[in-house]
Design a protein around this ligand. Structure first.
Ligand SMILES: NC(=O)c1ccc[n+]([C@@H]2O[C@H](COP(=O)([O-])OP(=O)(O)OC[C@H]3O[C@@H](n4cnc5c(N)ncnc54)[C@H](O)[C@@H]3O)[C@@H](O)[C@H]2O)c1
Length: 446
């Protein structure tokens, strides 16, 4: 690593400049995507601030505390400018982004009106879709193809046309949660996967076809849903071969965000947990899709893993071995995108005495997800321009943003939000050629 040691010359890795337009390609242009696109335009026009976005509002401390160097992250590393983002994507519904935002009912009418012409100018391309993987949805804006290979080729042609009008590209999956799938032989190698595309292998879901098309085109890919998609050996291989960074999976927005803040606190204090009951009500299209047990299973797996990894019951059996962890999601239309996430946590302290904590998070799902999507787009593009990150494949430093962070084979994921945040910021320091901050405290100003 090109990191200087305590005051030495700062030399970071080589980074290509963020010149020209960045094409943002989004499979799935529903609530999250429209809130992202409308939000970026609102920020560009000075209508509203980019609250929740580290790349737009966050700062980073550099050097010793005595140096008082705390630039904005966007002034420290060369990120694409919001003005240079060009949005496009695919959906099974033909609605333009203005109509889709109205369907999603996240942003208020008066705000949408101010950016209406911009939103009306973005219309989804026909999707690579198969209802067997998202049972509750059907729509007419879909590609026809003789095989999954044929669909992949059509998506590659779409990407190539975006390449002609933009300098760089990133793809971010904001599509629905697909049915639960596990990795099989077809996902192990590029050869097996391509044969599977020819044979219409049922283990290849539409999201995987998009990911394959993107990575074959050398386009970085982020996965906002809990689907397997790029969490597969074939995709990791393609990502490294084509220097197209990947990250995922499942945006960490509401309840899991809270969980990854609270659970590390209990463990840090050696407080026990006997039960954690999490329930949600939401009424948007995502909630409707998750009402199907097969899609819910995919989400459930993503939400359940968190506690085991953070609390490490194998290391602390007295505190966490018998924890009862339950996660429910209930579709409740009156709430729309304004989800309520309710947690009952049974903990125990000194001599085993029980206590309870209740968390009731009345959140706005897509308002929390949109800045995460924006940061991932900008950081993935940065990774793709940075010499020693672009060939890594999985960008673990972006785990901060995910419920179920991807890791290389054999490694366990890091879920603790504060460790994730430290890892992200140290990676930025590395990119910018600054000393890593360890908070070691051997000198008073560390
Ligand atoms: N909103 C959040 O806070 C949040 C948090 C974490 C994860 N997620 C995940 O992000 C995804 C998007 O959430 P949302 O609230 O925007 O849902 P949404 O239902 O509003 O939008 C998803 C869109 O994807 C489209 N779609 C489905 N399959 C497609 C395909 N094969 N090709 C193209 N389009 C396809 C649907 O037609 C729909 O318009 C979901 O998987 C959700 O679980 C959302």
């Amino acid at each position: 690593m090109a990191i200087s040691k305590n005051g030495g010359p700062a030399t970071g890795p080589q980074i290509e400049p963020a010149k020209g337009k960045l094409g943002v390609m989004i499979p799935g242009m529903g609530a999250v995507a429209t809130t992202l696109i409308a939000g970026v335009e609102a920020v560009r026009k000075g209508i509203a601030p980019a609250v929740g976005s580290l790349t737009q509002m966050g700062t980073i401390r550099l050097g010793k505390r005595t140096e008082s160097r705390t630039p904005l992250i966007r002034d420290f590393v060369p990120l694409a400018k919001l003005e240079d983002l060009c949005f496009t994507g695919w959906d099974i519904f033909e609605q333009d982004m203005y109509q889709a935002a109205q369907t999603a009912r996240v942003l208020e009418g008066a705000q949408l009106e101010r950016i209406r012409p911009f939103l009306e100018g973005i219309r989804p391309m026909p999707a690579a879709f198969d209802q067997r993987y998202v049972k509750r949805l059907s729509g007419g804006n879909v590609k026809k193809g003789a095989s999954k290979r044929d669909l992949a080729e059509q998506l590659r042609a779409d990407i190539q046309s975006v390449k002609r009008s933009t300098e760089r590209q990133v793809m971010i999956w904001c599509g629905s949660t697909e049915i639960f799938l596990v990795p099989t032989a077809v996902h192990q190698t590029v050869e097996a996967f391509e044969k599977g595309l020819d044979d219409n292998d049922p283990n290849i879901a539409p999201s995987m076809i998009y990911a394959y098309a993107a990575l074959k085109e050398g386009v970085p890919f982020a996965n906002g849903a809990p689907n397997l998609t790029v969490d597969l050996p074939v995709m990791q291989d393609l990502s490294r071969r084509n220097a197209a960074p990947i990250c995922g999976k499942d945006f960490k927005t509401g309840q899991t965000f809270m969980k990854t803040v609270l659970a590390p606190a209990f463990k840090a204090r050696m407080l026990g947990v006997s039960g954690w009951y999490s329930t949600n009500i939401l009424g948007n299209r995502d909630g409707e899709v998750l009402d199907d047990p097969e899609s819910f299973k995919t989400k459930e797996e993503s939400k359940l893993g968190v506690l085991d990894y953070i609390l490490q019951p194998e290391l602390y059996p007295q505190l966490y071995k018998d924890i009862y962890h339950k996660v429910r999601i209930n579709y409740y239309p009156p709430r729309g995108d304004n989800k309520e996430g309710w947690d009952n946590i049974d903990i125990f302290g000194w001599l085993g005495y029980p206590m309870q904590i209740k968390v009731d998070f009345l959140c706005r799902d897509s308002i929390l997800a949109a800045p995460i999507a924006l940061d991932l787009i900008l950081f993935l593009d940065l990774a793709a321009r940075t010499a020693d990150l672009k060939e890594l494949g999985i960008q673990e430093w972006l785990s901060f943003y995910f419920k179920s962070p991807m890791t290389p084979v054999g490694l366990y994921p890091e879920h603790d939000l504060f460790i994730q945040s430290m890892k992200l910021k140290n990676t930025l320091r590395h990119i910018g050629g600054e000393d890593l901050i360890t908070h070691l405290g051997l000198e008073y100003y560390d």
